[in-house]
Design a binder for this molecule. Structure first.
Ligand SMILES: NC(=O)c1ccc[n+]([C@@H]2O[C@H](COP(=O)([O-])OP(=O)(O)OC[C@H]3O[C@@H](n4cnc5c(N)ncnc54)[C@H](O)[C@@H]3O)[C@@H](O)[C@H]2O)c1
Ligand SMILES: O=C(O)C(=O)C[C@@H](O)[C@H](O)[C@H](O)COP(=O)(O)O
Ligand SMILES: [Zn+2]
Length: 376
């Protein structure tokens, strides 16, 4: 059973990756609270509860948690959802002994983490990630928050969970498109920090996409190690942690430009990673062979859905990027497979050129997907 310890200046916790963890959830929560009294509030969405609620209830037996719901999807990662959950907590009599359990994907995890950060000025929570994306990335590292119309994750806080319990059985019900989108964050981890993970994803695509248990566990554990290592070295994103934002500068702009409802986060990150790779190539920072390998791998784990936007709009939307300081935007670019660098001198003209190039690829891929559909 892979178990990874994440230690930062403000927290230390275990990330467990294993089959069957849901069954042991109540015992694990008790152990985490070390004999102190607590009341469990489990936050999820109705769809996930419909699939897994019975198993959770069976595991808790007589000590059922209070279940709080938020609607599924990125469009609900908003302050109004948070307010409704805060009111539900108060109405249910939650006090500072409340222990929140985020039982869902990245949206449930980010919202629940923020809820835990601000309810009564802070209560404890545990992440039980149910999507591949949440298991490899979002449940780890303490970034919590919600979107504004102006941009992604513009309101939030750093608040670490007491533990991350990633039950790989939960992935059995995950739609294929969600699995593929989540794997884009694992590809990102390979590009920025782990050439072995990148090679594994290249050589084992059929097994990974076919949900071979050993292959998936390998990818989840390797991705978690990358994330935990980066966060341990720069908890508050003052430098190194920015590399986890590879592909997100344009990726977040694509999500905002499409109203947070056309593309999955992982798909937008896939397009954004392609753009960052192209920019690295344009600047002569990475060789053509390696850039081609990156783009090929991203598309292999696709299809990434197409979307419509103008290059100017996408570039304008990068102005709300949180990597921007004193008016200068930092960009994460590849130096080679397994190494990313942060650059601060990318011009608007360069961004426009790379956005145009990426939008052309989006059109090409969209047309190819339509042809494929017609032939079926
Ligand atoms: N905090 C971080 O460090 C961090 C990192 C990466 C991404 N994120 C955020 O995570 C979010 C994306 O997360 P996501 O991709 O998990 O999306 P998501 O949370 O919207 O979940 C995707 C869909 O899968 C469904 N689902 C969840 N678990 C399921 C299961 N086991 N079986 C069947 N269906 C299931 C959900 O109901 C939803 O419809 C974005 O908001 C992104 O900004 C945060
Ligand atoms: O944990 C991080 O740091 C990341 O950047 C991980 C990203 O995959 C994630 O999407 C994150 O939420 C983006 O953070 P943001 O600060 O750019 O909103
Ligand atoms: Zn992300």
């Amino acid at each position: 059973m892979p178990s990874i310890q994440l230690k930062t200046p403000s927290a230390s916790y275990e990330i467990v990756i294993a089959s069957g963890l849901v069954k042991t959830l109540p015992a694990r929560l008790k152990k985490l609270k070390a004999g102190k009294p607590f009341r469990t509030f489990l936050v999820t969405s109705p769809e996930i509860w419909g699939l897994w609620g019975k198993q959770v209830i069976a595991a808790f037996g007589k000590e059922s948690p209070t279940v709080l719901f938020l609607p599924a999807g990125e469009t609900h990662k908003r302050l109004r959802t948070l307010e409704s959950l805060l009111e539900q907590m108060a109405a249910a009599g939650a006090d500072r002994d409340a222990l929140l359990v985020a039982f869902g994907g990245g949206v449930v995890g980010d919202v629940t983490g923020f809820l835990a950060a601000i309810y009564m000025r802070g209560v404890a929570y545990v992440q039980v990630p149910t999507t591949l994306l949440a298991q490899v990335d979002s449940s780890i590292g303490g970034k919590t928050g919600v979107n504004l119309a102006a941009g992604k994750n513009l309101v939030g806080s750093f608040h670490h969970p007491l533990a991350v319990l990633a039950d790989t059985d939960l992935l059995n019900t995950l739609p294929a498109a969600e699995l593929r989108a989540g794997l884009q964050e694992s590809i990102k981890a390979g590009i920025i920090r782990d050439p072995k993970l990148f090679g594994y994803l290249e050589n084992n695509a059929d097994a990974v996409l076919g949900r071979d248990a050993k292959a998936l566990t390998h990818v989840v554990a390797a991705s978690v190690r990358v994330k935990a290592d980066v966060v341990a070295n720069d908890e508050r994103e003052s430098g190194l942690r920015m590399i986890l934002n590879y592909g997100h500068t344009l990726g977040h702009a694509i999500e905002a430009a499409t109203g947070y409802k056309q593309l999955l986060h992982g798909e937008a990150v896939g397009w954004g990673s392609i753009a960052a790779t192209r920019l690295g190539l344009m600047r002569g920072m990475i060789g053509k062979d390696e850039a081609d390998r990156i783009i090929r791998l991203i598309l292999r784990y696709g299809p990434l859905r197409s979307f419509k936007a103008t290059a100017a709009r996408l570039v304008d939307l990068t102005s709300s990027d949180k990597k921007k300081r004193s008016g200068t935007l930092s960009f994460v670019l590849p130096a080679k497979i397994g190494e990313a660098v942060i650059v601060r001198d990318v011009t608007r003209e360069e961004m426009l050129a790379v956005a145009e190039w990426t939008l052309e690829l989006v059109r090409e891929q969209g047309a190819a997907a339509k042809q494929k559909q017609k032939r079926k």
